[in-house]
Design a protein around this ligand. Structure first.
Ligand SMILES: [Fe+2]
Length: 378
């Protein structure tokens, strides 16, 4: 398959390009001297932007189902189909704070699912239960506990199915964190109530942070930087942020993007109504009833609990608040892919990389391309 007359989100690579796709990969990228006419089998990009599919490392539910309700291959299949239709070609199903049996079942189901050829699941994201009680948000605090060596052993045994773990450093020992890092699992600091002084010297163990500003001790004053201050002050850590424009106010998203160039990325933190037309409007999550009000999910006490956006919404929201479109693209594919060590997902696609691609049009519509086929238009 050839995609012709495609533009790239790069100041250096102007003009139009032809991408050649074979066996699910990009095998060629040539600059065109002029606008080409499409031959049989070509996809004419019509001067629109070509980029990689979205990578979402935090998805609680999608397409009407919730991973925590039933962490099974059946649930993953529904989430995957809905994700692909919405341009998310790799994602991490996210299990929030749960009991031990559910945690193990979820890891095992993810491992089995990932043996399917061409799975869009990039590994499970365990968000808790190794988190601070004081910043548990919507999570059920009954299940919060420190990491035991028994659980660590199980996780390490299934490490290829575990992409990411959100934890607060007081719930793991330095040795346990070192072992998880050695196994290639992305450790993410989140749901943490520690002070700056407690957290700063532990930050080297963490590759990234979970939903920056939400579920972590904030900047409480000129001499209390908190977890947020420690992350913004660090020169290496990455961070996810939820750009549904409800979780974090736009000035803080813009400020974080300026302070963490190439290290801040979008996550949806999506719940079951996302990718499902906003339905159902009331549902259970973390043993609490949530409802959608004015585009955000909360329990009756008003505690936020995830979003109903897709990654396309996330990207469009970032552009809407003033992030450069080329940076917004990187924040929805290239940077989250790097966070979980997923190769071949640059915002500016090149030979050797994945053939999971999106054609983005100026009117906001997009075409999703996978395995040399158009799998969705929306
Ligand atoms: Fe969370």
């Amino acid at each position: 398959m050839k995609i012709i007359n495609a533009a790239l989100a790069s100041d250096e690579l102007s003009g139009l390009y032809t991408l050649t796709l074979e066996n699910g990969k990009i095998t060629g990228r040539e600059r065109q001297d002029f606008y080409r006419k499409a031959a049989d089998g070509d996809l004419n990009a019509g001067e629109c932007l070509i980029t990689h599919g979205f990578v979402d490392v935090q998805v609680n539910g999608f397409g009407g189902v919730t991973f925590n309700d039933d962490p099974s291959e059946r649930t993953l299949s529904v989430m995957e189909q809905a994700a692909l239709r919405n341009g998310t070609t790799k994602f991490c199903p996210t299990l929030v704070t749960s009991d031990e049996q559910k945690l193990r079942n979820a890891i095992a189901a993810t491992e089995r699912y990932m043996t399917r050829s061409d799975s869009a699941v990039a590994g499970i994201h365990l968000e808790g239960p190794f988190i601070s009680r004081g910043k548990c948000g919507i999570h059920n605090s009954d299940y919060i506990r420190p990491l035991t060596d028994d659980t660590l052993e199980f996780i390490l045994h299934h490490h290829s199915a575990v992409a990411m773990m959100t934890a607060s450093p007081e719930m793991m020992t330095d040795r346990q964190m070192a072992e998880l890092n050695r196994a290639g699992i992305t450790l993410s600091i989140g749901h943490s109530d520690l002070t700056y002084e407690q957290v700063a010297r532990k930050l080297d163990a963490f590759r990234t942070a979970t939903h920056l500003f939400n579920g972590m001790r904030g900047i409480e004053g000129a001499r209390s930087p908190g977890v947020v201050g420690a992350i913004l002050d660090d020169h290496a850590i990455m961070a996810g942020i939820i750009p549904d424009l409800h979780h974090v106010s736009p000035p803080l998203i813009r400020t974080a993007a300026r302070m963490m160039p190439g290290r801040l990325y979008a996550v949806t933190d999506a719940l079951c109504p996302a990718g499902n037309g906003g339905k159902p409007e009331r549902f259970m999550f973390c043993d609490k009833e949530l409802h959608i009000a004015d585009g955000f999910c909360a329990d009756d006490a008003g505690t936020l609990g995830g979003s109903v956006i897709t990654m396309k919404d996330a990207m469009q929201n970032l552009v809407k608040i003033g992030i450069r479109p080329s940076d917004a693209l990187k924040m929805t594919n290239e940077i989250p892919a790097r966070c979980i060590r997923l190769a071949g997902y640059s915002a500016v696609p090149k030979p050797g990389e994945s053939g999971d691609l999106l054609l983005l049009r100026r009117d906001g519509s997009m075409t999703v391309i996978r395995n040399e086929k158009i799998i969705a238009e929306n």
